[in-house]
Design a binder for this molecule. Structure first.
Ligand code: S3P
Length: 478
């Protein structure tokens, strides 16, 4: 099938990727030449530029791309109001179906067309007569696709790596539970992971399902329940209540949007529940933490744990156990967690899945540790080699780098039965020296405290860690 994907943003680019991977011929279309250049450099599919609000521009695109089997309108109105909705959505849709009268059109609309505020469950047969201009314009654009016998995908609130307003606002202390008389626990949330939104669009167009489909996950969650769960997971205060924000882009609403019709076509969401997606998606939490860290490092939420980093043999597990005993904290060891979950040893994991498989498991246990409090967490020496782990480590607690000279490291890692990295061709001493060179700068950039342990007993190191952590958390009022 030959498909035009108009608008290569958060959902469009993913849809184009999925179509391309499935062997379809895809053209990505974007408004600006800068994003066209960026996408063309990154993506395996060709990218064209077009301003869909102009019929001439769409006709030029028609001449370039030739006939197509299907077109997906995924373009965004940016931050524009009703005027942009008119030109990008309504006029744009009309221009596209005029230029390709025989192509199957799919229009990506929004569940904000349902104005219900009574907490009821809405499906595609429920009334969708928005009380706002923007909503009415979405409906007009939908109608153009429907009149052609095409498809309308009504997308819920989209989140994914680099985008989760709920989590970002919470971490930045800007959240509140928006309560109203009919929504005492805040409004009902209707969300969809960007991957699932793109997969739904591709599913609908490749199977030629016509009509309207809600694209939303399976969760039934009030804003309060979601924020309380997130507050526990990220060790931040539960936000207070506030009145509904009249400026919300999608308007005030309180309804549960059903995905039953889409599910009946065989679509299965990979991320059926937002809270589970935080654990499932390796990039989601890390990307949001990274944004918050960059914007406001001083107020970045740090959980009340102690995280030990450093090379193998630096004493993380032994010192960690002492620290835990001194402070009455629990002890966790990422290597042990990985072995428990996998049901086999680290060398076996390396042998079966390679180092890459081991690193994936290591990142997953780090996400599992979200929500822990009063733990001492000893980490594997290489955990810092994966950039995705760094924001999580920083969030998880007070970070201590245990340093030791090569002689001591070599003495402490004698048999290396459990350390596949020291069993390669390079002699252990040479390998350890190279790892110090490679990893030292990363340990340094992460560490709140650095302890040179060569001349200390492991108890003495533990006292240093415990005391410094106590001061660190006291200063932050923990
Ligand atoms: C590794 C260190 C090990 C273990 C794995 C890889 C590394 O943990 O995670 O063998 O890359 O340095 P320790 O630091 O606890 O030995």
């Amino acid at each position: 099938m030959k498909v035009l994907v108009i608008g290569c943003g958060f959902v469009g680019a993913r849809a184009a990727d999925l179509l391309h991977a499935a062997g379809h011929e895809v053209f990505g279309v974007t408004h600006s030449s800068t994003s066209a250049e960026r996408l063309a450099a990154e993506k395996p599919w060709p990218v064209l530029t077009c301003d869909v609000s102009s019929l001439e521009s769409v006709q030029a695109l028609r001449a370039q791309a030739g006939p197509v089997d299907a077109l997906i309108h995924c373009a965004s109105s940016g931050r524009g109001g009703a005027a942009m909705y008119q030109t990008v959505y309504v006029d744009g849709m009309m221009h596209l179906v005029t230029a390709w009268p025989d192509a199957w059109p799919l229009y990506t609309s929004s569940t904000s067309v349902y104005p219900q505020t009574d907490g009821s469950t809405v499906d595609e047969s429920s009334h969708a007569d928005p009380d706002r201009d923007t909503g009415r314009l979405l409906r007009a654009a939908e109608q153009i696709a429907l009149d052609q016998g095409g498809t309308v995908a009504r997308l819920a609130g989209i989140y994914g790596p680099g985008r989760s307003f709920i989590l970002k606002n919470l971490l930045e202390g800007k959240s509140g539970v928006e309560v109203a008389a009919e929504a005492p626990d805040g409004r009902l949330l209707n969300q969809i992971h960007a991957h699932d939104a793109a997969a739904a669009v591709v599913h609908l167009i490749t199977h030629r399902h016509s009509g309207i489909f809600n694209v939303v996950d399976d969760a039934h969650m009030t804003q309060r329940a979601c924020l309380e769960a997130l507050a526990t997971l990220f060790s931040v205060p539960v936000p207070g209540v506030k009145p509904p924000d009249p400026g919300r882009k999608r308007g005030w609403s309180h309804k549960h949007v059903s995905n039953a019709r889409l599910r009946a076509t065989g679509w299965i969401p990979a991320y059926p529940d937002y809270l589970e997606a935080l654990q499932q998606d390796p990039h989601l939490v890390s990307s949001i933490l990274a944004e918050v860290l960059e914007a406001r490092e001083a107020e970045f939420p740090r959980a009340e744990n102690i995280v030990l980093i450093g090379l193998m043999g630096s004493g993380k597990s032994t010192v960690g156990r002492f620290v835990a005993r001194l402070l009455g904290f629990q002890f966790a060891d990422t290597d042990h967690m990985i072995v428990n979950r996998a049901g086999c040893s680290i060398p076996e994991i390396f042998a079966r899945e390679g180092e890459a498989g081991f690193r994936k498991r290591e990142s997953a246990v780090l996400r599992e540790l979200l929500g822990s409090r009063r733990h001492v967490i000893a980490t594997g020496g290489g955990i810092i080699t994966q950039p995705v782990n760094l924001p999580l480590l920083r969030h998880l607690g007070f970070i201590t780098w245990l340093e030791a000279g090569t002689d001591l490291l070599v003495r402490r890692t004698p048999s290396n039965n459990d350390r596949p990295l020291l069993r390669g061709e390079e002699p252990p001493r040479v390998k350890l020296e190279r790892l110090i060179q490679e990893r030292g700068p990363i340990y340094k950039s992460l560490a709140d405290l650095r302890i040179q342990t060569d001349d200390l007993t492991q108890e003495e190191s533990a006292y240093g860690v415990a005391e410094s952590a106590r001061i660190f958390f006291a200063k932050r009022g923990v």
